[in-house]
Design a protein around this ligand. Structure first.
Ligand code: ZN
Length: 137
């Protein structure tokens, strides 16, 4: 509300209704105030709707975050389980030494493949099978 409008609306009734000009002026400013009021109300309603939309979005995001936290906790549990499994497998894993065949196949030193090579002059089972096929033809 402008200072001018405030002054006109706040003037005593007898002064506001004193002449046709003052009545028209009073009415005109009252109309302006009514329009400002309606506009402000519409603006407030829009802002109120925006606030509600934001509150809805906050609630939706809270649910999403809770879901992600639960998923992450599940992931962490699975990850911990897999780490324990890997550690257990490492302890029971075959020797890190590898016995190599000339064909490029490698077998852990304490494996069946390495034992096969030891018993067959350093030749792996695949090479032995291939040589066996060669002899047959
Ligand atoms: Zn081989």
């Amino acid at each position: 509300m402008s200072v001018m409008t405030r002054g006109i609306i706040a003037q005593p009734y007898s002064l506001a209704m004193h002449s046709d000009y003052s009545r028209r002026q009073f009415y005109s400013h009252a109309q302006v105030l009514l329009a400002e009021h309606d506009s402000a109300r519409k603006h407030w309603e829009n802002e109120s709707n925006n606030v509600q939309a934001l509150m809805d979005e906050v609630a939706r995001l809270k649910v999403e975050i809770a879901g992600l936290c639960t998923g992450y906790e599940a992931y962490e549990q699975i990850n911990a389980g897999l780490k324990a499994e890997v550690e257990a497998l490492r302890k029971s894993a075959p020797s890190k030494e590898v016995v190599w065949c000339s064909c490029g196949d490698g077998h852990a030193a304490n494996s069946y493949g390495a034992g096969f090579m030891d018993a067959n002059d350093g030749v792996c089972a695949n090479c032995d099978a291939a040589m066996g096929q060669g002899e047959q033809s």
